[in-house]
Design a protein around this ligand. Structure first.
Ligand code: SF4
Length: 227
């Protein structure tokens, strides 16, 4: 199997309890349909010059060095980005290579066509969903996009009975939402059937002045004030 070549902005080994069970390797794709004002991974946007391209075979060869760690800890590979749901065929081909023993997780905004999410539901173990905020106005002002596809894809996941395999990240984003907005997002998600949440606060380190020109070093998560 050769498969499509896809740009990766980074591959980080030996992650523990940050993005899925056990020991994981994070494989971060280039490309994202959103333009969040405080993007956590701005390298994933833009032209992508200088990043290496991988086929599923090449990525499998590189990640399989940690096969024993994955098997011993029930870990595996977490696809992030950028937006991994832009590459459903790549992830399906990767699953064929690694087999069922590795866990495959994705960190996704779910702001992609439903067909792509449907393709991924059978091959993904854990969906880590970066919801931003469920309020359409807040979502639009923060990401530059509507969240209709997100809402439809949440219903798709519930329809497949996979809501128990989701962790939904609900951030407090200074200047965009507040505690009441976040509580409203959580209630809406609970009504849909989701029950695992990751609450944290974006810590904007630089003085952004609303330009949106932050970078990875400027935006961090701070979980200390959230529960
Ligand atoms: S979804 Fe993630 S990668 Fe995409 S713009 Fe937002 S923070 Fe950046």
């Amino acid at each position: 199997m050769n498969g499509q070549k896809v740009k990766m902005i980074g591959i980080i080994r030996h992650r523990l309890s940050t993005d899925g069970d056990g020991v994981t390797t994070l494989a971060a794709f280039h490309g994202c349909p959103l333009r969040c004002r405080h993007c956590l991974n701005p390298q994933s946007l833009g032209g992508g010059d200088g990043f290496r391209e991988y086929t599923p075979d090449e990525l499998y060869a590189e990640t399989s060095i940690d096969n024993l760690y994955f098997l011993a800890t029930h870990g595996g590979v977490t696809f992030g980005g950028g937006e991994p749901c832009l590459y459903p065929k790549f992830i399906c081909d990767f699953r064929k290579l690694c087999g069922p023993a590795w866990r495959i997780n994705i960190e996704t905004s779910l702001n992609v066509p439903g067909e792509w999410v449907k393709t991924l539901i059978p091959v993904v173990d854990t969906f880590i969903i970066d919801i931003k905020d469920m309020n359409p106005g807040i979502y639009q002002s923060y990401t530059g996009q509507a969240n209709d596809l997100v809402a439809a894809n949440l219903r798709l996941i519930v329809g497949a009975g996979r809501q128990g395999d989701c962790i939904v990240r609900i951030p407090l984003i200074p200047g965009y939402n507040n505690d009441a907005d976040r509580a409203a997002s959580r209630s809406a998600l609970e009504e849909l059937g989701f029950s695992r949440f990751d609450l944290f606060t974006y810590k904007i380190k630089s003085n952004d002045h609303g330009t949106g020109k932050t970078n990875m070093q400027d935006t961090e998560r701070d979980s200390s004030a959230d529960s």
